[in-house]
Design a protein around this ligand. Structure first.
Ligand SMILES: Cc1cc2nc3c(=O)[nH]c(=O)nc-3n(C[C@H](O)[C@H](O)[C@H](O)COP(=O)(O)OP(=O)(O)OC[C@H]3O[C@@H](n4cnc5c(N)ncnc54)[C@H](O)[C@@H]3O)c2cc1C
Length: 465
């Protein structure tokens, strides 16, 4: 079959691109989503907020202002390497008008709340979270006559001289060949592909938890890279946080993340501490804990707390494991009780008196302990004692395709693709090499999605002339 614009994927990046292509005049837009309708929306359905520049004091959904320069500084501080500064600035500038455009697509916002990650000034929160956002996106797309195929998986792209001549889609047991004047790839990363992780992590990959959709297997990314698209981003890098070890293998979403780390100690399966739990504010450190746990034996760890700690962090989905003594706690966790007792005793012994304050980098720290605990170090001595098993929860991967400022894919030979555009997680490596800024994933996907949609519509107009 034929279409003007074919959009591959069904999350925030895909829907913003499809709606934008339609807005700019593409008559026939087709979205091809691998997941069934109930699971549509990829990782975007797990999200809560967009990071946006805000120069208006009277913004009723945000607190204070967040300037272009501050946003750029924040991004460059966390980017983890050299990034495309022009593209980064386009995203930052484009973010300011994003909430208004998204409102026109039916997305609702909620006033800023306080929470563990303190984002009220820099981020705007969707009312009802990512699921409500995706439902609004799809309703609007349907109302505007955009075609949507569910349970439709792109299995190949015929690319010649940087031009996509056909896209092969597996649907209802057969392969449909779609010829599109422009193609927008928004199919996410490869985070759910355990075999792919094994290439870099070996057997450890089997112990990873994938926080989002099982459908992001990276097959379109692999096809593009094999067919001449320029690669960008660290192949083995991922964003990963500490999740409850009892979380499901896939799709546990935001609620399985655990924020207890700064309020106790964390040990590995040998009962040993391995990193400073109070190094910095949790919003600046939560994203390194997935990687830290991924490097521990069997990729597990345990957050150990006493009764004073509860109430300092967001409640967990599963009750913590509790016991009257550290030894009993160790037995329940399958750890050596003597070793855990020794680890806790050594920690308690090194804690120096201070004024505990979870809102500040307080003066409660250890002395003579390796690794140290720099802040919020209070003795673990008041029963009952609690523990959470922890695993590495992978959020997304960084490997992707290189694009230019029109979201057009660059080819290995330095040329630009004639009609393939990309947005969302699959282009993350252009503006993030390893690090992450909360809320930036959605912003990047939607700003570049709008651009990709506009450019794809222009391509259609050119083709009709
Ligand atoms: C638990 C969790 C919470 C998060 N919270 C936030 C947040 O609050 N703010 C934020 O900015 N970011 C957040 N992120 C990151 C965010 O989810 C991503 O940056 C963003 O959703 C990526 O959007 P996307 O459209 O590129 O990919 P996705 O939303 O993952 O969509 C990819 C789509 O491609 C489809 N697909 C894959 N392969 C194929 C194929 N072969 N054929 C057809 N379709 C295919 C998938 O089914 C899926 O619909 C969070 C991530 C997780 C896991």
């Amino acid at each position: 079959m034929e279409t003007d614009v074919l959009v591959i994927g069904g999350g925030n990046a895909a829907l913003s691109a499809a709606l934008s292509a339609h807005e700019y005049g593409a008559r026939h837009v087709l979205i091809v989503e691998r997941a069934p309708a109930f699971y549509r929306g990829g990782n975007s359905r797990h999200t809560r907020d967009f990071r946006v520049m805000n120069t208006r004091e009277d913004n009723k959904y945000m607190v204070g202002t967040y300037t272009e320069e501050e946003f750029m500084e924040d991004l460059n501080r966390v980017a983890g390497g050299e990034i495309n500064q022009t593209l980064a600035r386009i995203i930052v500038r484009g973010s300011e008008e994003l909430p208004e455009w998204l409102s026109k697509q039916g997305i609702l916002w909620q006033p800023a709340l306080t929470g563990t990650l303190h984002l009220g000034r820099t981020n705007i929160f969707q009312l009802g979270g990512g699921k409500a956002m995706m439902n609004s996106y799809y309703q609007t797309a349907q109302a505007r006559g955009i075609d949507i195929w569910y349970e439709a998986m792109v299995v190949d792209l015929a690319i010649e001289d940087g031009e996509c001549r056909a896209v092969h889609v597996q649907r209802n047991g057969s392969i449909i060949t779609v010829q599109a004047k422009a193609v927008i790839v928004a199919s996410g990363g490869f985070e759910a592909n355990i075999d792919w992780h094994r290439r870099y992590w070996g057997a450890a990959a089997d112990n990873f938890v994938i926080r989002g959709t099982p459908y992001n297997q990276g097959n379109v990314l692999e096809i593009l890279l094999n067919k001449g698209a320029a690669q960008i981003g660290e192949p083995n890098a991922f964003h990963a946080v500490a999740v409850d070890g009892r979380a499901p293998k896939f799709d546990g979403g935001i609620v399985t993340r655990l924020d207890s780390v700064p309020f106790g100690i964390v040990v590995n399966k040998h009962g040993q501490r391995f990193y400073d739990e109070g190094e910095d504010f949790w919003p600046k450190r939560y994203a390194i804990w997935g990687g830290l746990i991924a490097r521990q034996p069997d990729q597990v760890a345990y957050s150990i707390l006493d009764s004073k700690a509860l109430g300092n962090f967001l409640p967990s989905v599963w009750e913590p494991i509790s016991a009257g003594s550290i030894g009993e706690l160790a037995e329940q966790l399958g750890l050596d009780p003597d070793v855990l007792n020794e680890t806790v005793a050594a920690y308690n012994w090194s804690v120096r008196p201070g004024t505990f304050n979870p809102r500040e980098l307080d003066d409660c720290h250890t002395e003579g302990l390796t690794p140290p605990k720099s802040h919020w170090a209070v003795k673990i001595e008041t029963p009952p004692f609690y523990a959470y098993p922890l695993k590495a929860g992978i959020t997304f991967t960084y490997l992707g395709v290189e694009i230019n400022e029109q979201a057009r894919i660059k080819m290995n030979d330095g040329s630009l693709s004639k009609n393939i555009f990309a947005t969302g997680e699959i282009v993350a490596g252009n503006v993030l090499r390893r690090g992450y800024l909360a809320g930036f994933g959605l912003t990047m996907g939607a700003v570049l999605g709008r651009i990709a949609g506009r450019e794809a519509a222009n391509e259609v107009t050119r083709a009709h002339r």
